[in-house]
Design a protein around this ligand. Structure first.
Ligand code: CAA
Ligand code: NAD
Length: 309
């Protein structure tokens, strides 16, 4: 797929960086996070190449971007529907797709990974790209829970590797956690901060510790809600209502787990319990395990704690 809106992408590229001017972003993983990041990057004038394992998955990712863009322009261009249509066309024109990452990194300033939450699979991906990507290309992971340093360790560019942790849904959530390892250079870190800001996000700086800031607090909270329910101390519906109306959360913990993906939540929990088996915050949940074993991953598969149309 060609960059139909090439001019738009260049014209609006706004990452002004000391080291690497990030104009072309290769995003590997076209699921909920990769597609969301691609949308926001393209909307802010960056050239985006979205990579996944099959054309069918990529088509679904691009369709998701289009649907989300329609929701955005409905408000942004409420009085000018034609301008909204033109904006969508330009943004989609900045997104191309590919199934072979090695073939598209040649001009990449940043390769950002948003694939399955599995260390070995992420390492295999980056070790392959490291051999073909240009010297200046920065690598970043959107991992929810894995140490960035462990993912980076298989590459020869430890100074040009960091974490960019976006939140779901990416077009709506204003935060990006920027993670530097002990080897990440200051120029790389600054480039990642400037890129996130160019996407309209607010950044916080995080150490390379499990879950960074948000997930280290959010994931144990959500899993405590599941355990509370497992103990028979509240229905999932009541717990969700309680946390929305009593604590002001936009979603209850069960709704949010379904939104994040139960497979991802289990990957996070399994990784942390393997690192710190005695920590009760990381204890296994039989209910979560059962739903994942049944392929009920939440909203993305149509069923998790709740059913979705
Ligand atoms: N794309 C574009 N616009 C969207 C959107 C999307 N994907 N989702 C919501 N919106 C916008 C739309 O403008 C929508 O209006 P329309 O329905 O008219 O299109 C508006 O938001 C309101 O949306 P909803 O009525 O559907 O619902 P809402 O008011 O509850 O807002 C929400 C939706 C923003 C997702 C809100 O419920 C929320 O903030 N939920 C919490 C999300 C959260 O905590 N995310 C972090 C998860 S943890 C994580 O991401 C880290 C990790 O590593 C696991
Ligand atoms: P997802 O299941 O929606 O999408 C993952 C995508 O990666 C799939 O389309 C899959 O086909 C693709 N993929 C897997 N292996 C691949 C490979 N080797 N090469 C190319 N594509 C590959 O998952 P998601 O929710 O988008 O999460 C992706 C990453 O982002 C995970 O690391 C997750 O922990 C992290 N994350 C998730 C959330 C969330 O709320 N879901 C929030 C922040 C970060």
């Amino acid at each position: 797929m060609a960059f139909i809106g090439h001019q738009f992408c260049r014209a609006f590229s706004s990452s002004t960086l000391r080291s690497v001017a990030i104009k072309h972003v290769v995003i590997v993983g076209g699921g909920q996070m990769g597609a969301g990041i691609a949308q926001v990057a393209a909307s802010t004038g960056h050239q985006v190449t979205l990579v996944d394992t099959s054309e069918a998955i990529l088509a679904k990712g691009v369709k998701g971007i289009e649907t989300s863009l329609k929701r955005v322009v409905k408000k942004k261009f409420a009085d000018k529907p034609e301008a909204g249509e033109a904006f969508i066309e330009k943004v989609l024109g900045c997104v191309s797709t590919a199934t072979d990452v090695g073939a598209v990194v040649e001009s990449a300033d940043l390769v950002l990974e948003a694939i399955v939450e599995n260390l070995k699979i992420k390492q295999d991906l980056f070790s392959g790209i490291d051999k073909v990507a240009p010297e200046h290309t920065i690598f970043a992971s959107n991992t929810s829970s894995l140490p960035i340093g462990d993912i980076a360790s298989v590459t020869s560019r430890l100074d040009r590797f960091g974490g960019l942790h976006f939140f779901n849904p990416v077009p709506m959530m204003k935060l990006v956690e920027v993670i530097g390892t002990s080897s990440t250079s200051q120029d790389t870190f600054d480039s990642l901060v400037n890129f996130s800001r160019a996407l309209g996000k607010t950044t916080v700086s995080c150490k390379d510790t499990p879950g960074f800031i948000v997930n280290r607090l959010l994931v144990p909270y959500m899993l405590e809600a599941v355990r509370l329910h497992e103990r028979g101390h509240g229905s999932k519906e009541d717990i969700d209502v309680a946390m929305k109306l009593g604590a002001g959360y936009p979603m209850g913990p069960f709704e949010l787990l379904d939104y994040v993906g139960l497979d991802t939540a289990k990957f996070i929990l399994d990784g942390w319990s393997a690192m710190d088996a005695d920590n009760p915050l990381f204890a296994q949940s039989p209910l979560l395990n059962k739903l994942v074993a049944e392929g009920k991953y939440g909203k993305k598969t149509g069923e998790g704690f709740y059913k979705y149309k």
